[in-house]
Design a protein around this ligand. Structure first.
Ligand SMILES: C[S@@+](CC[C@H](N)C(=O)[O-])C[C@H]1O[C@@H](n2cnc3c(N)ncnc32)[C@H](O)[C@@H]1O
Ligand code: SF4
Ligand code: SF4
Length: 346
């Protein structure tokens, strides 16, 4: 897969980063641009991971025609990145068709997956610019917590590697895998890619708080992120940024990072039934707000996303983005320097 990535920015291609600059500047000046969309295309899932509650939530799903209409409208509003998420995105038969459609609109397309169906669907996903694959650790840990999927995931990674499809790895940090995170870094190294890590949290759909059973002690989480930071310093492929790891160590499980929220202003999430919201932590309440219905109101719905009232903010992409843009706002030259170094390295 080429050179090993050391930062999430290294996983973006140079052209996409350069194309993003005007939108970022516009949003920093107070004019929201939906630069990146994460679309939870379905809540259905073929696995039943022990700590996850975002699967098999009943409800309507947008049709392929409706999704294409939204992609066209968002592209017109400045969207450059679109990522399908879920549930399990590969359960939507037309995923490949939608990746091709978005790519033809000039959008950088990606999707997140549990990896179990990659091999079977490999001929359809060649237009993905990046695939994010969840894996939590060695076979025994993965199989006990992610529905016996280890072998299927590894086969999927092998197949994508052979076909030249770019991917990264994505691991939750919980008490089920906290002593085995090195396995995920080893796998990333083996495949020439990088691994993102995010701490376990109570997803807002999880009314019973089941994920709490997988919460390590705060001290263990601090030790885990210190380990990841050290590995990253040694040049190993940990894609999560130093800022992100440090913030998790300081804030998890109940502190709020000192960041400005760019959810709904630079990045947005879309629910399976077509409601727009800030991030994965506000999905559950989004569909209750009819002003945020994209099919009824179009991209204008973005203006009606209510301000966030969050007690915590830990998810990988939203917090990485909030930290990056907050630091860019505080120190524009430093932030731009960081981005330029990544563009030059890409
Ligand atoms: C909800 S899944 C949807 C995409 C796909 N089904 C997958 O597993 O990659 C997105 C990511 O959230 C992670 N996740 C699930 N439950 C979580 C929790 N309670 N806390 C933190 N991350 C969680 C998953 O492991 C996965 O990496
Ligand atoms: S983490 Fe992904 S694969 Fe696992 S149950 Fe949740 S949505 Fe499904
Ligand atoms: S969890 Fe973070 S990104 Fe999501 S709405 Fe709250 S502050 Fe914004």
């Amino acid at each position: 897969m080429g050179k090993t990535a050391g930062s999430w920015m290294d996983l973006l291609d140079r052209k996409s980063m350069v194309r993003s600059i005007p939108s970022v500047l516009k949003a920093m000046a107070g004019h929201p641009v939906p630069l990146r969309i994460t679309h939870c295309i379905t809540y259905r899932c073929n696995l039943n991971c022990t700590y996850c509650s975002r699967h098999d939530i009943p409800g309507r799903e947008l049709s392929t025609k409706e999704i294409k209409g939204l992609m066209r409208s968002f592209r017109g509003a400045g969207t450059l990145f679109w990522s399908f998420n879920g549930g399990e995105a590969l359960l939507r038969e037309e995923l490949g068709e939608l990746l091709t459609f978005g790519k033809n609109l000039g959008i950088t397309m990606s999707f997140a997956t549990n990896g179990a169906l990659i091999r079977e669907r490999i001929d359809e996903i060649g237009d993905a610019d990046m695939v994010s694959v969840s894996i939590d650790g060695p076979r025994d840990i993965q199989d006990a917590n992610r529905s016996a999927s280890y072998d299927m995931v590894i086969e999927g990674l092998d197949t994508m590697s052979t076909r030249g499809i770019r991917f990264n790895l994505f691991a939750v940090i919980g008490n089920h895998n906290i002593d085995s995170l090195g396995h995920v870094i080893d796998l990333a190294e083996h495949f020439g890619t990088a691994a993102f890590f995010q701490p376990i949290r109570i997803q807002k759909e999880d009314k019973a708080g089941n994920a709490r059973l997988y919460f390590p002690e705060a001290r263990q989480m601090r030790e885990a992120v210190a380990y990841l930071t050290d590995e990253k310093r040694k040049g190993r492929p940990v894609a999560s940024s130093y800022d992100y790891l440090e913030t998790i160590g300081e804030c998890w499980p109940s502190g709020m990072p000192g960041v400005r929220c760019y959810g709904g202003r630079l990045f947005c999430f879309i629910t399976p039934d077509g409601f727009v919201t800030q991030c994965c932590d506000t999905l559950a309440s989004a569909s209750a707000n009819e002003k945020c219905d994209l099919i009824e109101n179009g991209v204008d719905a973005l203006k009606d996303i209510p301000p966030p009232k969050c007690a915590t903010c830990y998810s990988s992409l939203p917090l990485e983005a909030n930290l990056f843009f907050t630091s860019l706002r505080r120190n524009p030259l430093g932030g731009l320097g960081k981005a330029i170094r990544c563009v030059l390295r890409a």
